[in-house]
Every structure is written in C-alpha cells, then in structure tokens.
Write a protein that binds this ligand. Structure first.
Ligand code: PBG
Length: 334
C-alpha cells in the first residue's frame, strides 16, 4: 500500500537534476578528460622485452623500442604526457650516483628515442638519485644523513643531462631544500629556458610507494626510511611552505604526492597559489584498485574514473596515474 505524504512536501528536489543522463551531464561541475592524464612508464635495458611488475598488475617495464611503440599509441589516444622512470641495474648503482647524469645513460637514451618517435607527447623526467644510489636513498648519504647541498649539485647535473637529451619537463622528486632554484639556474645558463620544472613540492614519506620501488629495483637496496627529507603525513601547513618556496624558486608546476590520502592538501595548494597543480596517484594506490578488482571486489574501470574525477574535484589540473591509458580508452567510450 502506498504511503500517504503531505501535499506540500518537499518543494526543493535536488534529485530532479539527477533524473536523466543529459541533465547529469549538463550540471556536472568537473570534467575529467584525456588532457588531464600523465602516464608514468618504466624503461629497461635491452631490446624487444617487456617485464611485468608483479605488484602492479597491468604495468610492464619495457625496453626503449617497445616503450616508444606504447607511447605512440598513448599519444594517439590523446594522452598529453608521459613520466619516465629508469630501471637501473646494480652494476650502475654507486655511492655518488654518477650514473644519474651520464649523457648516455638509459634515461637519456630513452628521452632521445621518445622525442624522435612521438615528438608531440611531452616527456616528464624524474630527477632523483634513488635509482642510482647503492643504498636506495634520493641523495648522498654520509654519517647516516642525506647531505642536502651536495645532492642538489648532482640533481642539477642530472636535470641538465635530461634537458640536453630533450626532456620537456624535469621533475625533481627528492625533497632537498633549494633544488628548484639551482636546477632553474643551471637550465637557463645552458640554453634550456623553455624546459619546464615540475616540482614534487609536497611529497610525503609514504607507505604507498612500495610497488614503485619494486618496479625500479630500489626497494631491496633501501636502508631505513626517507623521513628526514620526505614530509610527515601529519602536516599540511608545511606543504604550503614547501610549495611557496618552490614557486618562488621558479617551479612551473607543483605536485602533491601521494594522491588519494592527500586530497585536502591538493585543495589547499590550489586555493592558495592558483598554480598548475598535479597529483601523483601512486603505485600503491593503483595496486589497491587492481588487487581489489582481481579479487572481484570492485569494478576497476568505474573505480578508476571515480578516483580520477575526485582528483579533479580536489583542484588538480593533471594527474599522474598508471591507469592513464586505461582511462583514456574509457573516456573515449563515454
Ligand atoms: C623516487 C620516486 C618515488 C616515486 C616517484 N619517484 C619513490 C620514492 O620516493 O621512494 C614513487 C611513485 C609511485 O609510488 O608510484 N624519487
């Protein structure tokens, strides 16, 4: 039997605008598009070889030739930019990370090949020493402490070698103090004034990087944690100070990392600085989605699009996500 209701109840019905797909589209406040996506990729030595990352189902490390093909395809789907990470063999790791700025290292060869194969796809390059140090830290380690200023000098050499190879964006992910200004000056002094600097400005000491460290073969080497340089997850005011410094030193874009647990930080950064603001939907966040989907506990496609839309809502201009190509395909179907 229908329940009788008062005639006047209710006048305002928020559900009206949800009643049809077309109204829902019309009143949507935020739109995720392929233009918002940056695809992180892993490059390995060799030829015609792909190597799955076990803790990141769907992600493969690729040799330069196969990576070029994959990036051409991503570009054809509309993905504007890739983020490049090298997998460095233990023979190339050292205390001083000298391999990181060798002009012909794997990273720099990959940059040259990608810019030749897919010139219209942006190449964002991680600037950090952790793939190259024998202890897995993002800097020079002495007396149990990561040395800030020596590390910054090596980062500047690394960024310059990437720019020389054709990098469009250099992205320091190390959290040393003062590196943005030093890198900006080094690039400008060498004719690279159009190379952009994307700062990993608010990067937290997070448990969600675990699968990435598997992928780049740095996790097994890492002694201790990164808490003396990456931020304490308890802090947000400090994130604003980090971002302010990096902008003042010349960053063109700023990033918050990880993503989902830090949406509040993204929102505060966007509101405070109105800068191009990126978030990194990191390896552990991606792995959670995949693991739950493999177990049949959630729908990967739907959860991915909802997640990325959440980043837009929080104020992101672009999102680094291992699901970029998946999302690009899904957005085409909509
Ligand atoms: C290294 C770097 C890390 C990530 C990007 N660059 C790992 C770390 O800081 O230990 C993590 C990315 C991810 O988890 O997807 N400087």
């Amino acid at each position: 039997m229908p329940i009788s209701v008062p005639a006047s109840f209710p006048r305002t019905r928020l559900r009206r605008n949800r009643a049809d797909a077309w109204t829902r589209r019309l009143v949507a406040e935020h739109t995720l598009t392929v233009d918002d996506l940056i695809w992180p990729v892993f490059v390995i030595e060799g030829e015609n070889r792909r190597d799955p990352v076990l803790s990141m189902p769907g992600v493969e490390r690729m040799t330069i030739d196969l990576l070029c093909e994959a990036v051409v395809e991503a570009g054809a789907l509309g993905v504007p930019c890739v983020a490049l990470f090298p997998v460095v063999g233990s023979e190339a790791k050292s205390e001083d990370a000298a391999e990181s700025y060798r002009p012909d290292n794997l990273m720099n060869r990959a940059i040259r090949a990608l810019k030749a194969a897919a010139p219209d796809v942006g190449v964002l390059c991680d600037v950090a020493l952790d793939p190259y140090t024998s202890h897995g830290h993002d800097g020079i380690l002495r007396d149990g402490y990561i040395q800030n200023d020596e590390t910054v000098e090596i980062l500047a050499r690394q960024a310059l070698s990437q720019a020389d190879a054709g990098a469009d964006i250099v992205a320091p992910s190390d959290m040393m103090d003062g590196r943005i200004g030093t890198i900006r000056d080094r690039l400008d002094a060498n004719g690279h004034e159009l190379v952009r600097v994307c700062s990993y400005a608010a990067k937290y000491a997070s448990a969600f990087y675990g699968p990435f460290r598997d992928a780049v073969n740095s996790g097994g080497f890492l002694k201790g944690d990164k808490k003396t340089y990456q931020m304490n997850p308890a802090n947000t005011d400090e994130a604003l100070r980090e971002v302010a410094h990096d902008i003042q030193e010349g960053a063109d874009m700023v990033m918050v990392k990880p993503g989902l647990p830090y949406l509040d930080v993204i929102r505060r950064v966007k509101d405070a600085f109105a800068m191009p603001t990126f978030a990194y939907h990191v390896s552990g966040e991606y792995a959670m989605l995949r693991a739950a989907a493999i177990n049949g506990w959630l729908d990967y496609d739907k959860a991915l699009i909802e997640t990325l839309t959440g980043f837009k809502r929080a104020g992101c201009d672009a999102i680094l996500t291992y699901g970029a190509v998946d999302a690009a395909k899904l957005l085409r179907q909509r």
